[in-house]
Design a protein. Structure first.
Length: 185
């Protein structure tokens, strides 16, 4: 009996008073409860489980609502031009010719040529510009028109020393250049 008594004294006086002993007792209790629950519940059938499992994928978007993505498979809408008004291509061609200017043109004449083809915002930005600072002399090919919406078009024009990008918007007075961007080749 002394060996049994010593074992119980060791268990209660030393082992259960340490953190390791308490952790071991808790682990034995947890595994005991889990084991007992598995014995009582019986064998597990993987075919069972959630009783309300869906038989089709769950969708959060109405499939008939249309496409709301950034990339569209539909062609962009054609630009709308009033009868008798300039098309975006014609406006871009005239603006490019006025922007390139001609030898000996004054800054005032250059501004006067751009004003009827550009928005007031662009006219204001070009107010102090000098035609001598235009980095190209002539067009090198036909314009490439990319319609974004019915009232917004982007035109890329190859020039002898680079590429001119124009953004045109439709206003009550017709198509006007709103943004001018130059890329050197």
């Amino acid at each position: 009996m002394t060996a049994m008594r010593r074992a119980l004294e060791f268990l209660f006086n030393r082992a259960l008073r340490s953190r390791l002993g308490v952790a071991l007792v808790i682990a034995v209790l947890v595994f005991g409860v889990i084991g007992a629950a598995r014995l009582i519940s019986g064998p597990i059938n993987p075919a069972e489980g959630l009783s309300s499992r869906p038989n089709q994928p769950i969708t959060t978007v109405d499939p008939t609502a249309g496409d709301d993505g950034v990339l569209s498979t539909e062609p962009p809408p054609s630009p709308v031009t009033r009868p008798g008004a300039r098309t975006p291509e014609q406006t871009a061609d005239r603006f490019t010719a006025a922007w390139l200017g001609r030898p000996g043109i004054t800054a005032e004449q250059w501004q006067d040529g751009l004003r009827p083809l550009s928005t007031p915002a662009l006219t204001e930005k070009l107010a102090g510009a000098d035609p001598a600072g235009v980095p190209a002399a002539e067009a090198a090919g036909p314009p490439a028109v990319q319609s974004r919406t019915e009232t917004f078009v982007e035109v890329l024009l190859p020039l002898d020393t680079g590429r001119l990008r124009l953004e045109l918007i439709a206003t009550n007075g017709g198509w006007l250049v709103d943004v001018l961007d130059w890329e050197r080749s």
